[in-house]
Design a protein around this ligand. Structure first.
Ligand code: ADP
Ligand code: MG
Length: 234
């Protein structure tokens, strides 16, 4: 596998071409951003944690029949993936009230949500990734209706698989954000699943073990990421 030119540099990762046109390399950086990139910083060794945690979770999902872009981990910070056309929808699945949901609807943080809630956000940095409805997805032609249904089905299936996985490791999967892409016409899970894109609370203490420690300046950020790595991959 030959690493080619950088195709895209995002907030947390770089995407590189390879000698195969339908494959790309994701390079995981230590750069951290929050609140639509108004807050910036570095979380030491975050890239390594996110790469390895994503590898483990993509592997788990694949073996349960969820198609993902993951092919193999190449190094501490690099993962080989299928190249996709990203569906510009950030799909959020929530099991417990937290973050923007609490703020927007005046709900109390920590309350269980049953059954799990799915939200769509328009993946558009210039607009600040606004919350959108299915009708907005149709208006903006972000995805065909049958693709939207498949996204919802897969998102709930992923949640069903991840909740017990984390519970067994002493963690509450509060919510998470995923991105899907189209690869040869097939909808597959892409991007990453990591402490950057999930909220995990320790089952005993309810302490955040994710990017909320950075967002809210809670300290012990690197320690929390290492603890997630230990529990997920250790
Ligand atoms: P962003 O700042 O947009 O969140 P990231 O730093 O997360 O970007 O970099 C990853 C970018 O690559 C994202 O825009 C993501 O949608 C996209 N991406 C993820 N997986 C793939 C893939 N398999 N093929 C092509 N693009 C991908
Ligand atoms: Mg991203």
């Amino acid at each position: 596998m030959i690493k080619g030119a950088m195709l895209y540099e995002g907030k947390a990762k770089k995407i590189f071409a390879t000698d195969q046109p339908d494959r790309v390399i994701q390079y995981f950086k230590d750069d951290a951003t929050a609140f639509n990139a108004q807050k910036r910083g570095t979380i030491i060794e975050k890239g390594v944690v996110n790469n390895k945690v994503s590898e483990r979770l993509f592997g788990l999902l694949e073996s349960a029949g969820v198609p993902t872009h993951f092919i193999e981990r190449l190094s501490d910070r690099e993962m080989l993936t299928k190249r996709v056309m990203i569906v510009p929808i950030e799909v959020v699945v929530r099991n417990v009230v937290a973050g923007s949901l609490a703020k927007r609807l005046g709900l109390k943080e920590g309350e269980a949500i049953q059954p799990a809630l799915i939200e769509f956000y328009y993946k558009n940095d210039a607009l600040g990734d606004p919350l959108i409805t299915d009708d907005h997805v149709r208006l903006l032609k972000l995805a065909e209706p049958k693709v939207v249904e498949e996204i919802k089905r897969l998102a709930l299936k992923i949640n069903e698989l991840l909740v017990p996985f984390f519970r067994e490791r002493g963690m509450v999967l509060v919510d998470f954000k995923i991105e899907f892409g189209l690869h040869n016409g097939q909808l597959i899970l892409a991007d990453e699943i990591s402490p950057d894109t999930c909220r995990f609370w320790d089952q005993k203490t309810w302490e955040s073990m994710d990017k909320d420690r950075f967002r809210k300046d809670l300290g012990k950020i690197e320690e929390a990421y290492q603890e997630v790595l230990r529990r997920v991959c250790g």
